[in-house]
Structures are given as C-alpha cells and as structure tokens.
Design a protein around this ligand. Structure first.
Ligand SMILES: [Zn+2]
Length: 60
C-alpha cells in the first residue's frame, strides 16, 4: 500500500492535511480521498475515468 499512497498523496485545499483513502473500496476500484477533517473529498469514478470533487463534506 505504501507505493499506492505515495502516488495518491494529496492534500486538502482547505487545511492542507494529507488526504486519506480510508473510504476507498478497492474491490470496485472505487477510490475516495478525503480530508481527515471532512473539508474535502475527491472520488475517482472508474466508469468516467475521472474525479469528482466535493467541498465541505460536513459543513460546520
Ligand atoms: Zn481539510
């Protein structure tokens, strides 16, 4: 997993924390990178071969 993590190391545009992939479902090649503080979420959609971004996943 370390190789994968290096490739996908990105940071939250709001708080600059490294995004985590805890919500990813590798079974479906469904990768969700999210801020540990829930500011931001970036979801890879294999069918679209692209990312969908979500800001302020949990508005405060
Ligand atoms: Zn954040």
């Amino acid at each position: 997993m370390s190789f994968f993590n290096k490739l996908t190391q990105e940071r939250c545009p709001i708080c600059k924390e490294p995004l985590t992939t805890d919500k990813s479902n590798t079974l479906f090649s469904h990768v969700i990178k999210s801020c540990p503080k829930d500011h931001y979420e970036k979801e890879f959609i294999p069918a679209l071969e692209g990312y969908v971004e979500h800001y302020n996943v949990v508005p405060k």
